[in-house]
Design a protein around this ligand. Structure first.
Ligand code: FMN
Length: 324
């Protein structure tokens, strides 16, 4: 067992969050993770109210343990947020922008709030908004993150110092028990993992996308910084772009910011078309540097169990070394 303040805060047995890996965050994945004693997440971004309430109901049919519903601030859908408040999950997680009044609205509904940040400044702002826990997402992370961002190893201890006693959760570059042990040692109260859970039986992703996680080396997981030419940052929204696995779209457009800028309107339509299909992987298969560390597709329950057991062993090994 590895009990941290995050476990106490959320009523979970293991300090692990399955990141809301849209569009891979199937209700079956969230439920399996929560049933295993960690915190599963449902992804609300680009969901209709009907789809989101269906996903929440499907999680509830499979588990009565706590789970999170994630909303992306930069693409916030007010109706879907209201539906989430009405559904009252244990946790709402937020990302990619100033959480603003969303925090107080969640608290009024009796829901805890976890917010994901990329810098110490964003962490301080989120703390001032009253969030219950903060995810420190380093630049290794799959999906949207800060271009030229700070690595997890440097970011986590700084955020722990800046926002303590608010629990800090490490994200990016973590896919096994050694990563969880390292995060705890840096002062984090848990981890938020996306790419590892994408390579699970329950994740809702095309076979080629999951296979790409198993076959891609870390150095080939690359940030598509040209994203910001297509979706420019707005006030209150964090400047993010996605870290992705190799694809034909990446081969064509990565490293050509001027061409992306001049084709931005057409590329935006292309991206929004795959977003509507819930098939972002056709163009930009989100995935982080941990792809190099992940070699097998596993059931979500086993991912949680192995990581906890391996973290306990890693911490014991480290402790034995310090005594020697
Ligand atoms: C496929 C994929 C989709 C993601 N979708 C979301 C999302 O909808 N909302 C969000 O807050 N974060 C999202 N993330 C980022 C995660 O919250 C998390 O920070 C990241 O996965 C951690 O890094 P890792 O992938 O190396 O574990 C996504 C990540 C991936 C890989």
């Amino acid at each position: 067992m590895l009990l941290t303040p995050l476990c106490e805060l959320l009523g979970i047995r293991h300090p692990i969050i399955q990141a809301p890996i849209w569009p891979g965050a199937a209700p079956e994945l969230a439920a399996a993770v929560s049933e295993a004693g960690a915190l599963g997440s449902v992804a609300a971004v680009f969901s209709s109210v009907e789809r989101l309430t269906d996903h929440i109901a499907r999680v509830r049919a499979l588990t009565n343990r706590p789970f999170a519903v994630n909303h992306v601030v930069s693409f916030l859908d007010e109706a879907a947020f209201v539906a989430t408040l009405e559904a009252r999950p244990a946790v709402i997680s937020l990302s990619q922008g100033d959480p603003g009044t969303l925090v107080a609205r969640a608290h009024e509904a009796g829901i805890k709030v976890i917010h994901q940040v990329h810098t110490v400044r964003q962490g301080r702002e989120a703390a001032a908004r009253g969030v219950d826990a903060i995810i420190a997402q380093g630049m290794e992370a799959g999906g949207q993150g800060q271009a030229k961002g700070v690595g997890t190893m440097a970011l986590v201890p700084q955020l722990v110092d800046a926002v303590g006693p608010i629990p800090v959760i490490a994200a990016g570059g973590i896919a096994d028990g050694r990563g969880l042990a390292a995060a705890i040692t840096l002062g984090a109260a848990g981890v938020n993992m996306g790419t590892r859970f994408l390579a699970s039986f329950e994740a809702d992703g095309a076979e080629e996308w999951k296979r790409a996680v198993l076959e891609t080396e870390s150095e080939d997981s690359i940030r598509f910084e040209e994203w910001e030419e297509i979706f420019p940052a707005r006030p209150g929204i964090y400047p993010v772009s996605p870290r992705v696995l190799p694809s034909a779209f990446m081969a064509q457009w990565h490293g050509r910011p001027e061409d992306v800028r001049s084709e931005a309107i057409r590329l935006k339509q292309e991206i929004l078309a795959v977003v509507r299909e819930h098939r972002m992987d056709k163009l930009l298969p989100f995935g982080g540097q941990t792809a190099g560390l992940i070699k097998t597709l596993l059931p979500a329950r086993q991912i949680v169990q192995d990581i906890v057991a391996d973290a306990v062993s890693a911490l014991a090994r480290a402790s034995a070394q310090s005594e020697a």
